[in-house]
Design a protein around this ligand. Structure first.
Ligand SMILES: NC(=O)c1ccc[n+]([C@@H]2O[C@H](COP(=O)([O-])OP(=O)(O)OC[C@H]3O[C@@H](n4cnc5c(N)ncnc54)[C@H](OP(=O)(O)O)[C@@H]3O)[C@@H](O)[C@H]2O)c1
Length: 286
């Protein structure tokens, strides 16, 4: 898959091998993107739907026997772990997770309150981490797992006034790619998806319907081992997380970059090497 190429080339999402575990956990199921995802998946999967507003979920899919509704506050770390442990204790394979829930606490850098930042980090990044930590060992044992962490373009754009949101989603991005690398080799695929701009409580004026993200989700949830991992997808496109630059981060070398103060940096680095006698090949960046 290359940037700008629409996803979906692996074929029909319904083409799951019969032995792939068919239960999916979806957070943030009470509105917007999450609600649309539950409705979309419920025909093909058993869906564990979680959010705080149980009444909203009852209203939307209380009558659907394929959907199991759970009240869960992702700001409560112990409750998140308990929720996962309860699912694991049933010994039912959770093959799929969609960490969709998210909050956006707007405010400029001078206004960001500690509580808003902590809540954003907890809901947008730490709760998905806890959920990954809970289910990845079981997925590894069973040899199958698909995790889709719902992110945003915000951490790449860093729009003014959304520091808490962008920062927390940047953490989610980093944790997701790291997890994907650590579980590479197993048939486990962990990716990022941005759903929007779609209409929801968070973005009531957005131009698209939440269903716009379904084809990308289907692509990432396929059982086919050809599904990529550790990547970022948006509306059928792969978005590069790392610019295609010739940078050797671990050895402090780069080519093809604009040379701003490079000579001075090089000479300082050389002085340090000369003083310490260390081999710069061994340096790890801070
Ligand atoms: N809409 C867009 O255009 C857009 C663009 C980029 C990224 N996103 C991302 O898409 C995801 C879904 O957002 P949305 O647009 O659908 O917004 P939304 O309508 O506000 O939905 C947010 C969902 O997250 C849940 N949630 C929030 N805080 C929670 C908590 N403490 N515990 C448990 N659940 C909690 C909410 O449920 P309860 O309040 O019932 O708990 C709700 O179901 C988010 O991760 C968002 O960052 C959206």
């Amino acid at each position: 898959m290359v940037t700008g190429e629409a996803t979906g080339s692996l074929g029909d999402a319904d083409r799951q091998p019969s032995d792939a575990p068919r239960t999916v956990v979806v957070t943030g199921a009470s509105s917007g993107v999450g609600r649309s995802i539950v409705e979309h998946l419920a025909g093909r999967f058993r869906v564990i739907a979680a959010a705080r507003r149980i009444d909203r979920m009852e209203q939307s899919f209380g009558a659907d026997p394929n959907v199991e509704i759970h009240g869960l506050d992702l700001e409560d770390h112990a409750a998140v772990r308990q929720f996962c442990d309860a699912l694991l204790s049933r010994e039912e394979a959770i093959g799929f997770v969609v960490n969709n829930a998210g909050i956006n606490r707007p405010g400029g850098i001078l206004e960001i309150e500690d509580q808003a930042l902590r809540a954003s980090i907890q809901v947008n990044a730490l709760a998905p981490l806890t959920i990954m930590q809970a289910f990845l060992p079981d997925m590894t044992r069973r040899g199958f797992g698909r995790i889709v962490n719902v992110t945003s373009g915000a951490p790449l754009n860093c729009f003014a006034g959304f520091g808490a949101y962008s920062g927390s989603k940047a953490l989610l991005n980093a944790l997701t790619v790291t997890a994907a690398r650590e579980f590479e080799g197993a048939n486990i695929r962990i990716n990022l998806m941005s759903p929007g701009p779609v209409r929801s409580e968070m973005a009531p004026e957005a131009p698209m319907a939440p269903e716009a993200c379904h084809p990308t989700l289907d692509y990432l949830m396929q059982s086919d081992p050809g599904v990529p991992t550790g990547r970022f997808f948006w509306l059928g496109y792969e978005v590069p997380l790392v610019p295609a630059l010739a940078i050797d981060w671990l050895n402090g070398r780069a080519s093809g970059l604009e040379q701003v103060a490079v000579d001075r940096c090089r000479s300082v680095a050389q002085e340090v090497d000369d003083r310490t006698g260390e081999d710069r090949e061994d340096h790890r960046p801070a």
